[in-house]
Design a protein around this ligand. Structure first.
Ligand SMILES: NC(=O)c1ccc[n+]([C@@H]2O[C@H](COP(=O)([O-])OP(=O)(O)OC[C@H]3O[C@@H](n4cnc5c(N)ncnc54)[C@H](OP(=O)(O)O)[C@@H]3O)[C@@H](O)[C@H]2O)c1
Length: 219
């Protein structure tokens, strides 16, 4: 059987990253996590490091084959350029998964501050491509149409499963991998009516109008 890739997860203590760490270990990949000094994470192999400490980052990257990033804040998402630079310097990485786990940023449109976040993610993709770093972009959710908008729902555990499955799959190299379980493509109205069926009651509904929603997002 082919050797399983060694995986470094940056942001492995985060709400998405912790599932990816778990799934990677479960799938038998030698699993490493880069964590900051004061962050506790129960894991066999830890690298103490920070994306803002170039040397610790390069050292951790040199010991693995694949880097998966699950950083969360907009600043850190933008600062993934530092990871790209460290991957270039290390020169050994066969696949990089930047922190995506959302919509396909090249096709999606949103309102600020979400739109800004999407553009930052897109600019990271462009620098990965410009530097010739092999990648997979993992897209989770896609919104189709308006009115009874359909959304693709998935759990963090599913995202982690597909991320780790993609690591050694040549079909996902330099591609966007979409997670679209057909049974999970539902509008909110459909979700509510499923819930009503399950509990045998009709729920009283309140609706959030578009301008109210936009205000909430801005806030
Ligand atoms: N589509 C969706 O529905 C959806 C939902 C959620 C998330 N996402 C996406 O998933 C990705 C991850 O988001 P998240 O909410 O899971 O993130 P999160 O919980 O905020 O986790 C961030 C991780 O980054 C680590 N970190 C922060 N600063 C660091 C530094 N300087 N050096 C090294 N590590 C550092 C944190 O470690 P500490 O423990 O030390 O702080 C933590 O492990 C994002 O791209 C987000 O947009 C998508």
């Amino acid at each position: 059987m082919a050797q399983k890739s060694k995986i470094l997860i940056i942001g492995g203590s985060g709400s998405t990253g912790k599932y990816i760490v778990e799934e990677s270990e479960k799938a038998g990949h030698p699993t490493f996590a880069l964590v900051r000094e004061n962050t506790a994470l129960i894991l066999k192999i830890l690298h103490i490091g920070d994306i803002y400490h170039h040397e610790s980052l390069v050292k951790a990257i040199k010991q693995v084959d694949v880097v998966i990033c699950a950083l969360g804040s907009p600043e850190q998402i933008a600062d993934q350029v530092k990871i790209v630079a460290a991957i270039k310097e290390a020169g050994n990485i066969k696949r990089f998964f930047p922190s995506e786990f959302g919509v396909n940023v090249d096709r999606a449109k949103a309102v600020d501050p979400v739109e800004h976040h999407l553009r930052v993610k897109a600019s990271i993709q462009r620098s990965i491509e410009a530097e010739g770093v092999p990648y997979t972009y993992l897209g989770q959710v896609e919104i189709i149409g308006d009115g009874n908008t359909k959304v693709i729902f998935s759990k963090e555990e599913d995202i982690a499963t597909y991320t780790i499955k993609a690591v050694d799959d040549p079909r996902t190299l330099n591609r966007v991998l979409h997670i679209r379980p057909p049974a999970n493509i539902l509008s909110f109205n459909e979700i509510v009516s499923l819930w009503e069926k399950k509990i045998g009651k009709t729920l009283e509904k309140t609706y959030l109008l578009e301008d109210q929603l936009l205000k909430k997002i801005q806030g």
